[in-house]
Write a protein of this length. Structure first.
Length: 179
């Protein structure tokens, strides 16, 4: 009986530590030291949240820059990759359909879905390839749209990690702000 009581006390202690105290401490620390990411990195437009800087959204209109394809249709809960292998006929068909949509010279990132299906960024090359379509759909000068892409290009994180990238939501909001 003594062993059972010790086990129950240990179980309750570990439950309180790992199930209550630790999650509470992490939540408080996140909100104190990283308030924007901890609250979802929400992006607001005219005082209303329109998305997150960390999650891709579906843009299909010719008036907008398109994000990288998503195997999960940009849904956050069931996000993930398609897990299709290089010999998969379904993958080959999806790539051919995207090649028609994005063009024969599309960067590979626009032909394949990402691992999470929620990448908010595309490469400057993928954005540049879409400039003519967006400019024509909005009746804008392509050079002006190209300058927006250049201004929206973020450098590698801390100057060393990753590649230059363009946040699709931020770029599309800049386009919408043009009058």
């Amino acid at each position: 009986m003594k062993t059972i009581l010790q086990a129950l006390r240990l179980f309750l202690l570990l439950t309180l530590l790992t199930g209550v105290a630790y999650p509470l401490a992490v939540t408080v620390a996140g909100r104190l030291f990283f308030p924007n990411p901890a609250s979802g990195s929400l992006v607001s437009h005219e005082g209303k949240p329109v998305g997150s800087a960390l999650l891709a959204q579906k843009f299909e209109s010719a008036r907008y820059f398109w994000p990288r394809p998503s195997a999960g249709d940009y849904a956050t809960v069931p996000s993930g990759a398609s897990n299709l292998g290089p010999t998969s006929d379904a993958l080959r068909k999806a790539i051919e359909e995207r090649r028609v949509k994005f063009g024969a010279d599309a960067p590979v990132e626009m032909l394949t879905a990402s691992g999470s299906g929620l990448d908010p960024h595309i490469s400057p090359e993928a954005a540049s390839q879409q400039i003519a379509r967006v400019a024509a759909a909005r009746s804008l000068d392509a050079a002006h749209v190209a300058s927006l892409v250049a201004e929206s290009t973020e450098p590698p994180q801390w100057g060393i990690f990753g590649e230059p990238r363009v946040n699709v939501l931020a770029l599309n909001l800049r386009l919408d702000a043009l009058k």
